[in-house]
Design a protein around this ligand. Sequence first.
Ligand code: SF4
Length: 362
Amino acid sequence: MIKPNLRDYTIEEIKELMKTLGEPLYRGEQIFHWITCKNAITFEEMTNLPKTLRAKFSEKFSLELPEILNKEEDIDGTTKFALKLADGSLIETVIIPERDHYTLCVSTQVGCPIGCKFCVTGKLRFKRNLEVYEIISQVVLARRYLKEKGEILPLRNVVFMGMGEPLLNLQNLIKALKILAHSKGFNYSRKRLTVSTVGLLKEMEILAKEFPVALALSLHAPTDEIRRKLIPVAKKYSVKELISACKKFPRIKNSRITIEYVLIKNVNDSKECAIKLAELLKGYPFKVNLIPFNPHPDLPFERPSSDKIERFQKYLLSQKILTTVRKSKGLMINAACGQLGAKFLKYSVPDSMYKKTAFRTS
Ligand code: SF4
């Protein structure tokens, strides 16, 4: 029989388990603490728990992490893991070093049904949503990895920008966010948990009501015409609707809503695009994150010249729109935005299936 993974449980649910076992509730808090901030992977490690309770739990529950199939480290320190889940599905997780902390980019789905034209993951077959424990396990695995390496800087930010559209796995996403933010566990500030979405309005409203965290909108174009060419799902909502939905989304501790914009040569990098983008965003505390496209052999796009990137940024700044250019972390290992999963997933599905979902230029 396959044992349920305890990382699927919130602290309240673990306390409920204690009730049914006739154990004091504080034992539930202890176990939650072990499997979150202490990154335990066995019940034997939980030395402040009675042996009998540890034995009961290891009979009934698993704490198994995904298997690390491959690890690639870029010279800039970005580390990408290819992880094999219990059912054989493959996902990727990326640790990104920053000046005084680490950021972890996690996946929420195996493959992605959105199919953005500039994204390698989007070319692959969508297989399934990740379970809560599979999302949490990526965080535990990364924290253990950094600890084993002797890193002293904290893993401070978790961004949901890996494989998949997080809002298509909404209930599992919300539960995972609650576990990550719980003060008796990982205790991540909601400001440090960022969910990135192509803009699914109904789901954004639910997230805003149930558990708002930092939001990043993958906009990538200032007009519906260009956006619809890049993101098939964009047909459903207009750019204007998305921007007004962002304005209604709660801002955690007054933080800015991020606008993600992959800059692609001769597609969305013109002066006209910059002007239209500024018009769209002005007057509200957005932060634009320009991501120069990272060329990939399977994608028919190019990166704009450094001059053009700089001009685009300068124009937005001149319009008083906070704009940063994302450093190309992980370029050497294809760990950049929209390029996860390329190497491993490509070979994990039958070739015929891969060809069916291959990139189309129209
Ligand atoms: S960019 Fe994100 S939403 Fe678009 S296909 Fe890739 S993983 Fe999916």
